[in-house]
Structure formats: C-alpha cells, structure tokens
Design a protein. Structure first.
Length: 159
C-alpha cells in the first residue's frame, strides 16, 4: 500500500519492463483479472506482458511506481483508425483507494500522449461491477458515452 509520504513516479514503459508488468498482473486476484481482461487471467503472462510493454506508434504504456515497485499502469492501443484507441488502467490490488491515488493522473497523461498522436477518442469495455474504473471515467471532464450490451459497459471518452 502507498503511504501518504510516498511519491509516485509515472514513466513510459518499454520492452525491458515486461517482467515488471507480468509481476503486476500475476499478483492480481482473479476478480481483478476478470475486471481487466473480461476473461480469466491469461495463462501466458510473459507473452501478455511483452505485448503490453510494446513501444511503438500504436501502443503506449505508462507505469506508476512507488520507489522501484510498480503499483499501476495505464495503456492505450490504437485501433483500426488512428483517431480511436482502446484504453485500460490497472492498479495494484494492494492499494486502498485504487483510482483516487493516481488513476486520474495516469488517465490524464494517457490523454495528453494520445492527443499528441492525433487520437480523438478512447474506448473501453468494462464489467459494470468494476465500479472504481466506472467512477474514474465518470469523474473526468471529458464527454463520456456508455451503453450496456450483453452485460458489458461499452464506454467512449472524447478527448
């Protein structure tokens, strides 16, 4: 858990951070893995982590660190059009207030980087029971659209 005196550092992740990303995901309870992936935790975490830590024009991943320990990450992947990207934020399950501490900062930094790349919209598919992420999105100053389809909340955020 982050203490009130700990400083959070947010920085871009790259291929050298794949093991760190895998550790964050491996430590997630099954429910958090379901919130993040909409399916049970992948069995090939090293491969998933390498894919998440890609650093190119279509991928952006930021890590939040308390000292040298990763406590969260935010990412986007550009979809078929260069104006839309899928966004995701993962916070270490040991954090008491997952989105209140640094989730909003991760989202705003992702928005800044997305705008630099000409992205105008983020999309995400969320399980409605993932109230922390739903609240994070709802509390932004951006125009948000959402609808339910087959038990999944499909969210759009105009940047």
């Amino acid at each position: 858990m982050i203490t009130s005196t700990e400083t959070i550092t947010i920085r871009p992740l790259g291929p050298a951070d794949a093991a760190t990303v895998a550790d964050l995901h491996a430590g997630m309870p099954d429910a958090d893995g379901l919130f993040r992936n909409l399916v049970p935790r992948p069995t090939e975490l090293p491969n998933v982590a390498r894919a998440l830590a890609l650093r190119d024009g279509a991928h952006c991943v930021l890590g939040a660190f308390a000292g040298d320990r990763i406590v969260g990450l935010g990412s986007f992947v550009v979809l078929g059009t260069t104006e839309t990207a899928e966004v995701a934020i993962v916070i270490d399950h040991h954090q008491d207030d997952r989105t209140g501490a640094f989730g909003p900062e991760l989202l705003h930094r992702l928005v800044h980087l997305a705008r630099e790349r000409g992205i105008a919209r983020f999309v995400a598919e969320l399980i409605p029971a993932n109230t922390r992420m739903m609240r994070l999105v709802a509390d932004t100053d951006f125009t948000v659209t959402a609808y339910r389809q087959n038990g999944i909340a499909r969210v759009g955020i105009q940047l």
